[in-house]
Design a protein around this ligand. Sequence first.
Ligand code: TYC
Length: 108
Amino acid sequence: MDMNIGQTDTEAVVAPAKPKAAMAPRYRVILLNDDFTPMDFVVDVLQQFFFMDYVAAVEVMLEVHHKGVGVCGIFTRDVAETKVALVSDYAQQHEYPLLCKMEKLDTQ
Ligand code: TYC
């Protein structure tokens, strides 16, 4: 008995095209290590601008201190740009060389 009525072999193996829902690209906001910015200042930045609790902020600060870079969070482009600008202005006001950057994520 024919179990494949109305369906060719090709149709049976090719998955139907699934429309991809458009999703806004996301960006990773990162801090870079330097030898001059005080650890307490970096912890304060992470709490103030990224709403981390003290323990999480110390963890990220130490990650940056030991490995050179650490992730503050993942955001849409506008939010990431705003965070980078706010952190960079705050560091400059205090005359610290702290670098905050954003990187586009390639997978969504
Ligand atoms: N390395 C700095 C120090 O020893 C601390 C520091 C941590 C600086 C993280 C920047 O993004 C940074 N004072």
